[in-house]
Write a protein that binds this ligand. Structure first.
Ligand code: COA
Ligand code: AMP
Length: 628
């Protein structure tokens, strides 16, 4: 029996039946009779007549089914030394009370709530409380600076913002409250109030708009789940696009619950009672789908880890967590594994822990280089499973569906398309390319449940960004090919998005910051290969004629400006001053050529880059990635 091939074929042949079948795993307050609504292409909707509550599905129904004492969440924070555990009943009660807090603050169905929090249980509580009320959360990653937070607040126009007094990074405590205050002051749609969770490490001063989380919770009355349409938005998550303006990816309730439930069982092989750990951050899509919603929807235990893979306290930190909590499978980014390998190249730390219950390591977020794949496989002795997806898709486009049918692994490939994803490789003129020919990775419309509905408040930008380049298709922005066995190979982005330590960043927004410096005439930022982070940004700047500035001072100012305006997560540390940037005849900077050189796809020669100054810099800084 070929379970994968059968499922995949069924999903494309009769999507209505395939996804209505999958929808049985979700509890509906109004059961959908239809799966796909294709009456308004290219805006497709899933389960148009269904109603449900996502928080009810993640928490209450497990308690009602008698599993209230099962652990729902285990918090482990090496940066503070704290641990905590919540059963399903405890988490449901906490979420219901915080939903009551939000309701008392005027939050109702459809209202937005921005969540700017570190990796603490209250971040999960805040997200689920929004879902409980039918409100729309928008979580912003803590490594973003006030300006980035302000742009998201302006776009989402939240009623309330929920934050904590601080985040904790190795070696420093980050005061969140001043970041929030600055962002609110700079935004066009400030929230009416801010709820602040006070952490002992650094308490925040509260102003007239601010409320103390604990004080509000002490008097809170629990709020019940509010039924919403399956097609109503559950959250908006901003992600980097080609320009500096972030894109607000909109996720629905029904399609999301169905797709994530399907994925937990069939891709990750995780079900009720299993312990699952996704070492990411709630600020990224991986955190939304696989720290919060996916594992709770299926009644598993999710591990919430506030720390790094290494240095907290050592290279065995991940293996300690796996053995301590009996983790069945871990999901992280390859960069995390490379960080461990760097500190413990022989993998000696693994032997110190009992990993007998550990069955698989899932990796995504950036390309899994074969060396990291081989190393992780050999030290762990379990399948190391690459899979490929994006913020927009919400769950894997291509994966090895271990729970459905384990397929042979081919290093370098995130494996085969998942049900509902009709993957095609297109030439620049839109022709479908034969096997092993590289082109644009596109998905034929409609996309399956769980994928983005649109961009928040901007249908036109949604169509223009993803659907207009290849009509009838969603354009992923990644290039790659499919081999003769149907395995997908992803070669990297074909636009101005880069991937730094598994974090998606826009070079356009960094260029905007550099361009604001009074001495800079023009600039380009490109992703350069980095052995640990996969890619790091490198700025190339041309000075204005007569600019009187000392190069080291300028470089330091530019690095500081990107950190101040975008945030430390940009990891922007390198700037080269050049005489000119390569341009087309019409004067446009040849970013595509620079990118091709940075990726090692094109040699920097006088025929590709005419200006000798740039050529020298490129030869010096752009060590091409290894080809293994
Ligand atoms: N709040 C504030 N600052 C943050 C932050 C947060 N939530 N997250 C990261 N930063 C800071 C870091 O402290 C660092 O600051 P520095 O320049 O002062 O050192 C900077 O942003 C860059 O962070 P990062 O790129 O993560 O580098 P790192 O050296 O701190 O850690 C790794 C590198 C590889 C260990 C880490 O990125 C990692 O564990 N990645 C794997 C998991 C993952 O994050 N996946 C994401 C999607 S699946
Ligand atoms: P994000 O939206 O932050 O999840 O980033 C999505 C992008 O990360 C994709 O478009 C890819 O460029 C890259 N990516 C994610 N997973 C993989 C993978 N398994 N292999 C190669 N690239 C990946």
């Amino acid at each position: 029996m070929d379970a994968y091939a059968d499922s995949y074929a069924a999903s494309l042949k009769d999507p209505q039946r395939f996804w209505l079948d999958a929808a049985h795993a979700v509890t509906w307050s109004r059961t959908p009779r239809r799966a796909l609504d294709d009456s308004r292409p290219p805006f497709y909707r899933w389960f148009p007549d269904g109603e449900l509550n996502t928080c009810y599905n993640a928490l209450d129904r497990h308690v009602e089914a008698g599993h209230g004492e099962r652990p729902a969440l285990r918090y482990d924070s090496p940066v503070t030394g704290a641990t905590a555990a919540y059963t399903y009943a405890e988490l449901r009660d906490e979420v219901a009370r915080f939903a009551g807090v939000l309701r008392d603050q005027g939050v109702g169905k459809g209202d937005r709530v921005v969540v700017y929090m570190p990796m603490i249980p209250q971040a999960v509580v805040a997200m689920l409380a929004c879902a409980r009320l039918g409100a729309v959360h928008s979580v912003v990653f803590g490594g973003f600076a006030p300006r980035e937070l302000a742009a998201r607040i302006t776009d989402a126009a939240p009623k309330i913002l929920v934050t904590a007094s601080c985040g904790i990074e190795p070696g420093r405590v980050i005061a969140y409250k001043p970041i929030v205050d600055e962002a609110i002051a700079a935004s066009d749609h400030p929230p009416t109030s801010v709820v602040v969770l006070q952490r002992e490490r650094l308490r925040a001063d509260l102003g007239p708009r601010d409320h103390d989380w604990d004080a509000l919770m002490a008097n809170a009355r629990p709020a019940p789940c509010v039924d919403v349409a399956a097609t109503d938005p559950l959250y908006v998550l901003y992600t980097s696009g080609t320009t500096g303006r972030p894109k607000g990816v909109v996720r629905d309730n029904g399609g999301h619950a169905v797709a994530l439930t399907w994925s937990m069982k069939n891709i990750y092989d995780i079900g009720p009672g299993d312990v699952w750990w996704s070492a990411s951050d709630v600020g990224w899509v991986v955190g939304h789908s696989y720290i919060v919603y996916g594992p709770l929807l299926v009644g598993a235990t999710t591990v919430l880890y506030e720390g790094k893979p290494v240095g907290t306290p050592d290279a065995g930190a991940f293996w300690r967590v796996i053995s301590q909590y009996g983790v069945k499978a871990l999901f992280t980014a390859p960069t995390g594994i490379r960080a461990i390998k760097r500190l413990d190249p022989q993998g000696g730390e693994v032997a110190k822990y009992d990993l007998s219950g550990f069955t698989a390591l899932f990796l995504a977020g950036e390309r899994l280089d074969p060396e990291t794949y081989r190393w992780a496989s050999s030290i762990l002795g379990v399948p190391v499973v690459d899979h490929w997806w994006q913020t927009e898709t919400g769950w894997a486009v291509a994966a090895n569906p271990r729970g459905l049918q384990e397929l042979p692994i081919k290093p370098g490939s995130p494996t085969v398309p998942m049900p509902g994803y009709d993957v095609e490789i297109l030439s620049p003129s839109g022709e479908v390319l034969p096997p092993r020919t590289e082109g644009a990775i596109c998905l034929r419309l409609p996309l399956p449940p769980g994928t983005l509905l649109t961009l928040w408040g901007d249908d036109d930008r949604y169509v223009e960004s993803y659907l207009s380049r290849f009509p009838g298709h969603y354009s992923t922005g990644d290039g790659g090919y499919i081999d003769e066995d149907g395995y997908l190979f992803v070669m990297g982005r074909t636009d101005d998005v880069i991937n730094v330590a598994g974090h998606r960043l826009s070079t356009g927004s960094m260029e905007a910051v550099l361009g604001e410096h009074p001495a800079v005439a023009e600039c380009a930022v490109i992703g350069v290969h980095d052995a640990l982070k996969g890619q790091v940004p490198h700025g190339l700047v041309v000075l204005k004629a007569g600019a009187d500035v000392e190069p080291d001072t300028l470089r330091a100012e530019l690095v500081a400006a990107v950190r101040r305006d975008i945030g430390p997560v940009a990891a922007f540390k390198e700037v080269s001053i050049v005489d000119a940037l390569p341009k087309t005849r019409s004067g446009k900077i040849l970013r595509k050529s620079l990118r091709a050189i940075a990726d090692g796809r094109v040699e920097p020669t006088p025929s590709t880059i005419e200006d000798p100054g740039v050529l020298d810099v490129l030869r010096r800084v752009l060590a091409p990635p290894p080809t293994n």
